[in-house]
Design a binder for this molecule. Structure first.
Ligand code: NAP
Length: 253
């Protein structure tokens, strides 16, 4: 008998989601809570964070907001420690926080370079360094990184952002090798253009990017969140180190 369907029951699991005050991270926090996980919602904006927590609690879910600035290494390290203090353990880590300033390389200030790498690469690096060993001690855990399809191919104007996601893709595989033997699965989703608060105002660019893929339209945050929940669940128990395109088929054509 196939009893896999029960594995999407995340009761008893605690999930820390960065970037959970908006977009893909928010949709993921709501979806994980609906599957029974206790959710630690993180971001900088306490007002939006509290409203995500309130939405989860309104559906009888369990959630807390943990404020952190992932552009700051100390704040990032503290987030991991506060998550452990708040919940006792973290079973699922979703690295969704990210920034995506686009533009020509020659016009990109070095501060922007630092900010992109701090938020998109260093923060997941610190959080995994703090939390994956604790998961390994318990013999079980799942980490899902939110990458991007432009981490896989070159696009004018996306050199900096795309390179940060390419780094995250390699980290996903390296962490799968490092922590997988200790029971911690590390995977990534690679979204295509997705309508979020962060991409509001980029409608033309999103539509243009989406037109190159079989689906032909941008994703909703829920469509990305569903793939993240799957990778975080025991239904994906034999999946380690993949970067799963959730891109309307863009990687295929
Ligand atoms: P979004 O709506 O702009 O949300 C970004 C989230 O990241 C917010 O919750 C924000 O929290 C958090 N964040 C940004 N900088 C932070 C910092 N310094 N410290 C703490 N939190 C920070 O973005 P999204 O569109 O959902 O994107 C989510 C992820 O998906 C990103 O990694 C992005 O690269 C990736 N992605 C998006 C698309 C797309 O088309 N939307 C496509 C491919 C990949 P606060 O505002 O509370 O600080």
């Amino acid at each position: 008998m196939n009893n896999k369907s029960t594995h999407l029951d995340l009761n008893g699991r605690t999930a820390l989601i960065t970037g959970a005050t908006s977009g893909i991270g928010k949709a993921t926090a709501l979806a994980l809570a609906r599957h029974g996980a206790r959710v630690l919602v993180s971001g900088r904006d306490a007002i939006r964070g509290d409203s995500v927590v309130a939405a989860i609690r309104a559906e009888d879910g369990v959630a807390d907001f943990l404020q952190a600035d992932l552009g700051d290494a100390d704040s990032t390290r503290k987030l991991a420690r506060r998550a452990l203090e708040t919940a006792g353990h973290v079973d699922i880590l979703v690295n969704s926080a990210g920034i995506f300033p686009f533009g020509p390389t020659a016009e990109t200030p070095v501060d922007t370079f630092q900010d992109v790498y701090a938020t998109n690469v260093r923060a997941p690096f610190i959080l995994v360094g703090e939390l994956a060993p604790k998961m390994a001690e318990r013999g079980k855990g799942a980490i899902v990184n939110v990458s991007s399809m432009v981490g896989d191919f070159g696009m004018a104007g996306m050199a900096l952002y795309g390179s940060s996601k390419a780094a995250l893709n390699l980290l996903t595989k390296a962490w799968a090798a490092e922590f997988g033997p200790k029971g911690v699965r590390v995977n990534a989703v690679s979204p295509g253009p997705t309508r979020t608060e962060g991409t509001a105002g980029m409608e033309d660019g999103l539509a243009q990017l989406a037109a190159a893929a079989p689906a032909g339209h941008p994703a909703t945050p829920d469509e990305i969140a569903d793939a993240i929940v799957y990778l975080a669940s025991d239904n994906a128990s034999f999946i380690h180190g993949v970067v799963l395109p959730v891109d309307g088929g863009r990687a295929a054509v």
